[in-house]
Design a protein around this ligand. Structure first.
Ligand code: MRU
Length: 364
């Protein structure tokens, strides 16, 4: 991977593809520097995902698809089938919790298998089919986010005398998706109708809220106040938050939702204080094959993310660390799950299945 700056003019869209490279905005360097990584191989992209140069469930799905389309071009036609399967397998392992990664790699695998089975397609046509599928995954994500934004904005209560105050966690914006965002897309869409006031959790240990959400919203001129994660309960208890909206990395069949560590805490606070708690995610994040939250794999990340901030130690050497990157919010604490197809309500086992199976049988 090398560094360059090819697409700063495109705004915060975090990824783009060219014939022989995938460009990724290195989110580890934000908000201080806008540095683009040039990934020349599928392995470069896999590493960028694993090391969180790009992160956010939909964005890593898009990156994986672009990475596989790129990697396919470097495989010898004679052993393409087996080698592409191996590339896709490795890519899907880069991070375990966000189901969008497996969802996108499965889509690419299916295209490769169908293209190989089609006697009318030559190798160049197979590669074009993979390019087109990766671009479709990216374009569909952007369209889904705008639809999520529209459905979610309709849930935002309005007040004559003041702005609605919305709390969010982690980063679910343009940086975490193909653009616009999921929970942050809801906030963007609501703000376009009438300005809102956003409270962004800093989101320790990786600081997605402080570094990324605050950066996106300040850049877009949206009213944002950064708070320490531990301050959320205080503000909610004092009636200073009207609703909470967060994203998701995997939504199980019963509505249990894995999202950035600290999300569950917010949901419990909201239940205690009768503040609506919404999840916003595309249907690519819903995993009907995972029955409930207990079956969702939870990524544990390196201790150094907790022990250090920007490389500076903040704890004594030798202390033990746990660093679970996600937690699971039971569906029972979620007021609604906003997808591009509408708002699913409890009981989620029925509503999610109806949303996915009835409207798109191919998705299940
Ligand atoms: O570890 P990250 O930064 O990839 O975690 C991201 C989140 O938890 C987001 O809330 C989730 O992926 C939704 S992004 C639209």
């Amino acid at each position: 991977m090398s560094q360059m700056h090819p697409a700063a003019a495109e705004g915060v869209s975090p990824i783009r593809r060219e014939h022989d490279a995938v460009f990724i905005l290195d989110q580890r360097r934000l908000p201080f520097e806008e540095v683009w990584l040039t990934c020349r191989t599928a392995e470069d992209v896999r590493r960028a995902i694993a090391e969180m140069a790009i992160r956010g469930a939909p964005a890593i799905g898009v990156a994986a698809a672009f990475g596989l389309a790129l990697g396919a071009r470097q495989l010898p036609p004679v052993s393409f089938a087996a080698m592409f399967q191996a590339l896709a397998h490795d890519m899907a392992q880069a991070r375990p919790t966000a189901v969008n990664l497996a969802w996108a790699t499965d889509r690419m695998r299916r295209i490769a298998a169908n293209a190989l089975a089609n006697p009318h397609l030559d190798h160049a046509a197979r590669l074009s089919a993979l390019d087109a599928e990766a671009q479709a995954i990216r374009d569909e994500d952007l369209a889904m986010n705008h639809a999520i934004g529209r459905h979610g904005a309709a849930l935002v209560p309005r007040f004559a005398a003041r702005k609605t105050r919305i709390l969010t966690h982690c980063n679910t914006g343009s940086l975490a998706t193909a653009g616009w965002g999921t929970a942050l897309g809801v906030i963007r869409s609501a703000n376009a109708e009438a300005p809102v006031a956003v409270f962004a959790d800093e989101t320790r240990p990786y600081l997605q809220g402080a570094r990324l959400t605050a950066w996106e919203l300040v850049r877009d001129g949206i009213d944002v106040t950064l708070i320490a994660d531990g301050a959320a309960g205080h503000l909610i208890a004092r009636g200073e938050i009207d609703l909470v909206v967060v994203g998701a990395d995997r939504i199980a069949a019963n509505g249990d939702t894995a999202n950035k560590i600290g999300t569950f805490t917010l949901a419990v606070l909201c239940a205690h204080h009768a503040v609506p708690f919404y999840v916003a995610a595309p249907t690519s994040t819903v995993d009907l094959a995972t029955p409930d939250g207990a079956a969702i794999p939870i990524e544990e990340r390196p201790a150094r993310e907790v022990l250090e901030v920007f490389g500076q130690p903040i704890a004594p050497a030798g202390v033990k660390v746990r660093n679970p990157s996600f937690d699971v919010t039971p569906g029972g604490l979620i007021a609604g799950i906003v997808t591009e197809r509408g708002v699913a309500r409890a009981p989620y086992r029925e509503s999610l299945r109806a949303m996915l199976v009835d409207t798109a049988p191919g998705l299940v």
